[in-house]
Design a protein around this ligand. Structure first.
Ligand SMILES: Cc1cc2nc3c(=O)[nH]c(=O)nc-3n(C[C@H](O)[C@H](O)[C@H](O)COP(=O)(O)O)c2cc1C
Length: 238
């Protein structure tokens, strides 16, 4: 289904929002932002929406750090340097080779779509590295949120809560004609980001979200990921 609508003008009214159905369908990962910052009042509204996410045993485990301006530029330089040096310090392991069968295929489809959008040839390793490193320029977003969490047990339930918070955050952006992208890539440098922002070791970084005004002309925003049919994912029992 293709939805056509007029983006609400958030400067004249942040109250004119998309319907729930429009919001869920229009939300997608934005990989190119305009340099214009989002007003603080609107950022606070988005954070307020996210704050209403459910959580296991009402723990509300999200500890969100919003970084902007000069501080974000400095962090970007630091992350590019660490990425080039391969100096990864993740709190949680991640290996795409763990994906199998249809999950691997779906991940491959994403890689193909992104590199095609960025005009990168599969065998061009350097260009692929540059395209991937866009994560550390926050895809040009003037603000990014880092989603830190306390560590409880195997962390699976906390991570679930963080996902709910993240999706509420993303939908709130989309409803306002804004955009965002959740980024595991930021979690690869958890210790670096923690030290840079002065965050205690007890808080772990699962992912970050770069967000802002989508740049419709950015090549990264040509990516459109489809979904498998409903009945592939859902089984009804009675
Ligand atoms: C927790 C999480 C982490 C993600 N990390 C990244 C990332 O590091 N870099 C990136 O380009 N996309 C990242 N994505 C975006 C996914 O690739 C995207 O959600 C998926 O391909 C579906 O596309 P859509 O969001 O446009 O619907 C992440 C998504 C989630 C939910």
């Amino acid at each position: 289904m293709v939805l056509q609508f007029v983006w609400p003008n958030i400067e004249s009214t942040s109250r004119s929002m998309l319907s729930f159905e429009e919001t869920t369908r229009v939300r997608r990962s934005i990989r190119g932002f305009l340099g214009k910052p989002i007003p603080d009042s609107v950022i606070r509204e988005v954070l307020e929406d996210a704050q209403h996410a459910p959580s296991n045993c009402n723990t509300q485990p999200w500890n969100t750090h919003v970084v902007r301006g000069e501080k974000l530029k400095q962090l970007s330089q630091l992350l590019h340097a660490k990425n080039n040096a391969g100096d990864f310090t993740p709190d949680f392991s991640f290996d795409v080779n763990d994906f199998y069968d249809e999950y691997r295929e779906r991940n491959n489809a994403l890689g193909k779509a992104y590199y095609e959008a960025m005009n990168v040839m599969r065998e061009d390793k350097e260009a692929r590295h540059r395209a991937g490193a866009m994560n550390y320029s926050f895809f040009n977003a003037p603000q990014a949120a880092f989603l830190f969490m306390p560590s409880f047990g195997d962390n699976v339930r906390v991570a679930g809560d963080m996902g709910m918070y993240g999706q509420t955050f993303l939908l709130s952006l989309a409803a306002r004609g804004l955009g965002g992208i959740p980024q595991t890539a930021l979690g690869f440098f958890a210790a670096t980001i923690r030290e840079f922002l002065g965050i205690p070791d007890e808080l772990k970084l699962l992912f970050g979200i770069s967000f802002g005004y989508p740049d419709d002309d950015a090549p990264g925003n040509r990516v459109r990921m489809g979904r498998v049919p409903l009945d592939t994912s859902v089984t009804f029992h009675a």
